[in-house]
Design a protein around this ligand. Structure first.
Ligand SMILES: Cc1ncc(COP(=O)(O)O)c(C=O)c1O
Length: 465
């Protein structure tokens, strides 16, 4: 059993809301269905799904969402929908767009392409991070003879680093945060071993939106000849502009001498369509450890810079179009409106005595409570239509505010709904149903393999027709 915010529901139905309501196919239809019929059904489904994100109820998810912007990106995608970077001879435009995206993002993050800062476009933050980690594994092996590579990272770093560690056989040495929800520099130093190939910091991290002390962490790495990766997937397109607006952004980018690579997602606050991100390296030599080449295949000489073979050139075209039409002024304005909404939302949290903010963040923020169950609070917010994220260790609620929250009245609605939710949870502790018991259980089960199995069952269910 689970909960949709309005009482207990069956998990299977919650994951498959369209069963019995729309056409469903377990085998190819013997005769193709009319295009109009397919389009009609899709329009109905997308109409059902857009309300929550369009009206600013969702944390993150859709970072721009303005209709004109979406229509424009869709037009650009349509023009380029057949393009494939694997066939650069047919579509040289695809690499023109990607080379310029990399250069624009590098410059935004104070990396000078003329001094060697370079990178690649990938399919998203996770791929960018995994590419960087594979790069350090291969760099460590080639340059330092490290056969059993290790990465040193705070517990708040994104799970993409865990995925890279699993996929590429890199040992993780994780350490705790300090009281301000930032990486603890002393603990980081203690975690370094002769096998460390890379250290990691986030600017900001996903759970709390806090910026790790990148300057100090990267200096530890630099003085030991270790790589340092700043993960700015989430905030890479927000922090540079927040800094210009006067918000307290501590140095996190290529201005920090020890930073040797970064990740920055164009498909988040870069306002591109979903499916692009950028991984940057301080030197072309480092990037070469990312590349894949083979010379012995009967199908010919083969090379590919990222994980995929064929790639959607249309997404890179749309990403480029988002960057050049937004421009510096567009990003500055967008960040200003988002930060105004953030200030209203955070002031609202601060005004509620039962709640406390987790650390000093810029943009993304999180809060919890010493007296109330945060997951019951999350359920009460879900009942009002909000789609926020639950945190664990400690329990809390995360919010990634976007341009959707910068629409008139949305931040104020967040505050009044939160006040109502707090009052509701105080008046109705330990309710039946909802996600709260599931979150609570998942956080306390000592045997974590049970939780892993649960999550795998969950994914199996998604794939049931
Ligand atoms: C800090 C951080 N890094 C990496 C990622 C992974 O990005 P993606 O979901 O695009 O793979 C996220 C996603 O929210 C993130 O917040």
């Amino acid at each position: 059993m689970s909960d949709n915010g309005h009482g207990p529901v069956d998990l299977d139905s919650a994951l498959h809301p369209y069963r019995g309501k729309f056409s469903s196919h377990t085998k190819l239809p013997s005769a193709g269905i009319a295009r109009d019929a397919v389009l009609n059904e899709m329009q109905t489904i997308s109409g059902l799904e857009e309300k929550r994100w369009r009206d600013g109820y969702a944390s993150g998810s859709v970072y721009h969402g303005g209709q004109e912007h979406i229509d424009f990106l869709n037009k650009v995608y349509a023009l380029n929908s057949q393009a494939n970077q694997l066939h650069a001879d047919i579509w040289p435009s695809a690499f023109k767009f990607e080379a310029e995206i990399v250069s624009m993002v590098a410059n935004m993050l104070n990396g000078d392409p003329d001094k060697g800062v370079c990178g690649c476009v990938s399919s998203g933050g996770t791929e960018s991070i995994m590419l960087a980690m594979k790069t350090y594994r291969d760099w460590g092996r080639a340059e330092k003879g490290i056969a059993e590579p290790e990465m040193v990272l705070p517990i708040s770093a994104h799970p993409a680093f865990d995925k890279a560690a699993q996929y590429f056989g890199i040992k993780q040495v994780k350490y705790a945060l300090d009281d301000s929800f930032r990486a603890d520099v002393k603990a980081a130093e203690a975690a370094i071993t002769p096998n460390t190939v890379v250290m990691i910091g986030s600017a900001p991290n996903f759970p709390y939106g806090t910026i790790d002390p990148i300057g100090e962490l990267a200096e530890l790495a630099r003085t030991r000849g270790i790589g340092f990766h700043t993960d700015s997937c989430l905030g890479g397109f927000l922090l540079p502009w927040a800094e210009k607006l006067g918000y307290p952004v501590t140095p996190f980018d290529f201005r920090v001498p020890g930073v040797t690579s970064m990740t920055c997602d164009t498909h988040k606050y870069g306002y591109a369509a979903k499916g692009t991100s950028v991984v940057l390296y301080r030197t072309p030599e480092l990037r070469r450890h990312q590349y894949f080449t083979t010379s012995d295949w009967p199908g010919g000489l083969y090379h590919s810079p990222t994980f995929a073979g064929s790639r959607p050139g249309g997404l890179s075209a749309a990403c480029w179009a988002s960057l050049v039409t937004m421009g510096e002024n567009g990003y500055l304005q967008a960040t200003k409106s988002i930060m105004d909404a953030v200030n209203t939302m955070k002031d609202g949290v601060k005004s509620i005595p039962e709640l406390r903010l987790f650390g000093d963040s810029v943009g993304v923020f999180a809060f919890g409570s010493d007296e109330l169950n945060s997951y019951e609070l999350l359920d009460a917010m879900s009942a009002k239509g909000w789609a926020l994220t639950g945190l664990q260790f400690p329990p809390g609620v995360h919010v990634s505010p976007t341009l959707r929250h910068a629409q008139p009245g949305i931040a104020e609605r967040f505050v009044s709904d939160l006040k109502d939710a707090v009052a509701h949870v105080k008046a109705n502790p330990n309710p039946e149903g909802g996600m709260a018991p599931i979150y609570g259980l998942a956080a306390t089960v000592p045997d974590r393999t049970v939780v892993h199995d649960l999550l795998k069952n969950f994914m199996d269910m998604y794939y049931q027709v």
